[in-house]
Design a protein around this ligand. Structure first.
Ligand SMILES: [Zn+2]
Ligand SMILES: [Zn+2]
Ligand SMILES: [Zn+2]
Ligand SMILES: [Zn+2]
Length: 183
């Protein structure tokens, strides 16, 4: 019985010694990481045409445990139809939903503008203007045509006589502007 007590005492002592040591020694000497909690870190994003690369990392100690690769995804095609416009050609074919890689199967030429032309007559002071507006896209062009018409004056007419001075006027038959002069 006495021997057993001594052994128990010895064990207790050595346990105490180990605990004391573990307090003072760096944790890594005793605590070996079991890499229980891991996360995947992406090194290279997977795309339609390129394999991805990742690595399994221990969250606790940061050790890279295993590299892994993700097989390239390949294109996922959908049918697409782009209408031709006045300026741009249209096309029909397939396009990858993910990366936009496209293969045209049919092409449609640009339509060109479809202008409606309106001519505004010139006035006494301003030249005529031709305005062209595309019925399809609204593209607008305008340019002046010719010169301002100038006034179309009537004859000088006597308006009044005041203190021996005569006052005359004349009027433009187009815009009805009236001009006066004393004589
Ligand atoms: Zn670890
Ligand atoms: Zn793709
Ligand atoms: Zn147009
Ligand atoms: Zn006029």
């Amino acid at each position: 019985m006495k021997k057993a007590t001594t052994i128990r005492k010895l064990i207790t002592l050595s346990l105490c010694l180990m605990m004391c040591l573990s307090v003072f020694a760096p944790a890594s000497v005793f605590a070996k990481c079991s890499h229980k909690n891991t996360k995947l870190v992406v090194l290279k994003e997977v795309t339609c045409t390129r394999n991805g690369k990742c690595v399994k990392v221990c969250i606790k100690c940061g050790k890279n445990l295993k590299t892994c690769s993700v097989k390239k995804l390949g294109h996922t095609y959908k049918h697409i139809y782009i209408k031709p416009t006045c300026n741009n050609r249209g096309w029909e074919g397939t396009m990858c939903k993910r990366c936009g890689y496209s293969v045209a199967e049919k092409s449609y030429p640009a339509l060109g503008h479809n202008y409606k032309t309106t001519v505004y007559k010139g006035t006494c002071n301003t030249p005529g203007v031709t305005v062209k507006v595309c019925k399809r896209c609204g593209d607008k062009k305008s340019y002046s045509t010719g010169k301002a018409l100038g006034h179309k004056w009537g004859k000088w007419q006597l308006v009044s006589i005041n203190g021996g001075k005569a006052r005359y006027s004349r009027t433009c038959s187009r815009c009805h502007k009236t001009k006066y002069k004393n004589n």
